[in-house]
Ligand binder design. Structure first.
Ligand SMILES: [Zn+2]
Length: 120
């Protein structure tokens, strides 16, 4: 099992790189946004383990599954395309994107362990 520090470091690298790539593809100027997103994701290293605590080697169930990762990815795409109308919606969108990215980064890191992720 990967520890919280490993997940935090992986979250920072993965989310920073993903955000920088999105900025590059959208021809947006490079600023500190990707670093801020990565740092925020590093502060949420173990969201899936909060739902399914790592108390034994077979703790990975539905919320650690490939199926949940795919469903979350579709939800994140919808949130990404959402155009907020007010400040509160803009903050909600940012929180959802950061939380979702941190969650997916955690699952990606877990997928490369010996136990990997269950399909369902
Ligand atoms: Zn985990």
């Amino acid at each position: 099992m990967a520890c919280a520090a490993e997940h935090a470091a992986f979250n920072f690298i993965a989310v920073t790189a993903a955000c920088a790539e999105v900025q590059r593809r959208e021809d947006r100027p490079v600023d500190g946004t990707s670093l801020a997103m990565g740092a925020a994701a590093a502060c949420l290293p173990s969201l899936p383990d909060f739902l399914e605590p790592a108390v034994h080697p077979n703790h990975r169930q539905f919320f650690h599954s490939v199926t949940f990762a795919v469903a979350l990815s579709f939800g994140m795409r919808r949130v990404y395309k959402w155009e907020p109308e007010g400040e509160l919606e803009r903050i909600a969108r940012a929180v959802l994107l950061i939380g979702g990215a941190a969650y997916l980064a955690h699952l990606a890191r877990d997928a490369f362990t010996a136990k990997s992720l269950p399909l369902v």
